[in-house]
Write a protein that binds this ligand. Structure first.
Ligand SMILES: NC(=O)c1ccc[n+]([C@@H]2O[C@H](COP(=O)([O-])OP(=O)(O)OC[C@H]3O[C@@H](n4cnc5c(N)ncnc54)[C@H](OP(=O)(O)O)[C@@H]3O)[C@@H](O)[C@H]2O)c1
Length: 346
């Protein structure tokens, strides 16, 4: 059965990354369409050695495709997600629009692959971004081995997860400071060059930010609703690669040496943890262009019973929502979801 795939938001940062990853992983599709808003019609995007021309999402016949990967912002995702899924096309969405919806599974294939089966409820699947994924990939094997009870995480988030304009702002402010130019924050609430900002997204009534709320809600949705998580999300002047300092309380004892051995054999994880060597831990710069989630500085936390402390790093552009979306599409394909003719599916 021929598989036709649409990428909505193909002209954006994540849309282009999705096309790159599909090409690198030789995603088996018979036809791939690039879609965007009317203003980008005709814009060219690369798909391996091919060039796709963006089409107008408003004019597209969604019933002609079996799968749409959406990489728009939240508002456009809300508008399009329902329309496309109701046309019979399965939607995998990278935005935040549907992640908290109880009827929509939240899937990181390295964490909860079986949750894809829940797509039948709304013909929709949401995928998490890199920040949540890198933490979930590490917590999952620890939870299975010794039961994760509580997590305290401080993030060190690069500017690339805030989009291209945010990356430009770091670049312009950094150059400007050498020539005495006063920084003008636009994308961030404060100066980002040579600074760190303890606010990622808007504050909520309880004083936490939306990002801090989301990391907790998404980990619990994917792994176990009983896990307690408290986060402090911090933006740092780094272009790409997110880092997290994580403290974990477990139900059962799991000494650092055993946790290190367990994580070493867990899929998607690279442990780099040698105290006496210069390159015995990983920094965001080291993670760029890599698929793995890196774990370093694994220690016993002597201040609580069954406690561990560690440092987790990953390239948020590679190892984030774009990869989750393509891997989720592969899961659906491997499970035969696209084998049935369109009209035979709900
Ligand atoms: N950037 C990241 O690192 C990152 C990380 C994790 C998750 N995400 C999520 O991924 C999504 C995409 O982010 P991005 O950074 O790639 O955004 P972006 O660069 O602004 O691209 C947005 C894309 O969506 C299209 N679009 C916007 N509104 C549309 C509409 N009403 N109808 C049709 N197409 C529309 C745009 O088309 P036009 O060119 O025609 O406007 C463009 O192709 C967001 O939900 C974001 O939260 C991003």
């Amino acid at each position: 059965m021929a598989l036709k795939v649409a990428i909505l938001g193909a002209t954006g940062m994540i849309g282009r990354e999705i096309l790159n990853i599909m090409d690198e992983r030789h995603f088996d599709a018979d036809e791939v369409f690039a879609l965007a808003s009317r203003k980008s019609v005709g814009a060219e995007v690369s798909f391996g050695d091919r060039i796709l021309k963006a089409r107008d999402a408003e004019q597209f016949d969604w019933a002609s495709c079996q799968l749409c990967i959406m990489a728009t912002g939240d508002a456009a995702a809300r508008k399009w997600g329902n329309k496309i899924s109701q046309a019979g096309c399965i939607v995998i969405d990278t935005s935040r629009a549907f992640r908290a919806d109880p009827q929509t599974p939240l899937v990181a294939p390295g964490v909860n692959p079986d949750a894809v089966e829940g797509y039948t409820k709304r013909n929709l699947i949401a995928v998490p971004d890199g920040l949540t994924t890198q933490l979930a990939v590490v917590l999952k094997p620890l939870h299975e081995a010794a039961g994760v009870v509580r997590v305290v995480v401080a993030t060190y988030q690069s500017v690339s997860s805030a989009g291209k304009r945010a990356m430009d702002e770091l670049w312009v402010q950094t150059k400007g400071i050498y020539v005495n130019q006063a920084p003008t924050p636009k994308e961030f609430p404060r100066q980002i060059a040579f600074n760190v900002i303890p606010q990622v997204e808007e504050f909520m009534d309880d004083g936490y930010t939306e990002e801090e709320w989301r990391i907790s809600a998404e980990i619990r949705k994917m792994i176990d609703n009983d896990i307690q998580i408290v986060a402090t999300c911090v933006r740092v002047p780094v272009f790409a690669g997110h880092a997290e300092a994580v403290h974990i309380e477990l139900a059962e004892p799991l000494p650092a040496a055993e946790a290190r051995a367990l994580l070493r054999q867990s899929p998607g994880i690279m442990v780099v943890d040698k105290r006496d060597e210069e390159d015995g831990y990983v920094t965001p710069v080291d993670s760029i262009g890599e698929w793995a989630t890196y774990v370093s500085r694994i220690r016993d936390d002597p201040t609580v019973e069954n406690g561990l402390a560690m440092w987790i790093v990953a390239d948020n552009l590679r190892n984030g929502s774009a990869l989750n979306a393509v891997e989720t599409a592969e899961l659906l394909r491997n499970r035969g979801v696209f084998n049935a003719p369109l009209e035979a599916r709900e």
